[in-house]
Ligand binder design. Sequence first.
Ligand SMILES: Cc1cc2nc3c(=O)[nH]c(=O)nc-3n(C[C@H](O)[C@H](O)[C@H](O)COP(=O)(O)O)c2cc1C
Length: 256
Amino acid sequence: MIIYFSATGNCKYVSTRISEKTNDEIKSIIKLNKNKDYTIELDDNEDLGIVIPTYFWGLPVLVKEYLTGMEIKSKNTHPYIYAVSTYGTTPGGSLQIIDEILTKKGHKLNSRYTLRMVDTWTVEFDLTKEENIREFTEHTEEKLEKIIKSITEHRNEDLTEKTKGKLFYKLAQFAYDMERKTSNFTVDDSCTACGSCEKDCPVEAIKMDKNKPVWVKDKCLVCFRCLHRCPSFSIEYKNKTRKNGQYTNPNVKIFD
Ligand SMILES: Cc1cc2nc3c(=O)[nH]c(=O)nc-3n(C[C@H](O)[C@H](O)[C@H](O)COP(=O)(O)O)c2cc1C
């Protein structure tokens, strides 16, 4: 089984590509969490893959909470477990955090992989230019092939990029917490009240009110799914994202 969190499609694409070779079922952590389904039941000799994006050098809050609450049921005392962390610029400590969570449950991360893809944090990155997208994805397919080979051969391997020390990514979590304020989002008059942001939000932080989205929770994941998937690109964050465009993984059609 592969469990994944994907706001804008990169991790779903990676999970799908792996599952095409391993024949594993893929399950969205967003859906599992909404259904309060915290039990991961593995068949005999079934592997567990965890595919997640890096957020502020760590994990999206929902992923951290889900993995902490999850129970792995397997006849195999030590199922083969691997994790892939997609990222745009610096992977940080997301895989170390997963390892710590699994160790507390008596499991171990057999293999860990980082994979550079398009960075969807458009507060900083301009995704309007084709050449920027090309730069982010220059080595994605080549590395993904290596990752898939490693997984199918059940290797115990560390194919991660070098990162800064633990202190750096612990500090980055404070920055993440600050950025999670939903008051940073605004919506302009181009909004057509289609309601896709309300439907799409992984943590139900948006409700339509008088034909405009309203953020009904103080904090969200800042996953930017609302912003990147808005059909009229009416949502902005801190007045910093409009100039940098929208991005969703072109190979993904269903965002769950
Ligand atoms: C809130 C947020 C924080 C992010 N933080 C980082 C980061 O610290 N380092 C990095 O390299 N990429 C960072 N990214 C980029 C994502 O990890 C990357 O684009 C990922 O592939 C998105 O996956 P998805 O499309 O499956 O949601 C961040 C993106 C968002 C939205």
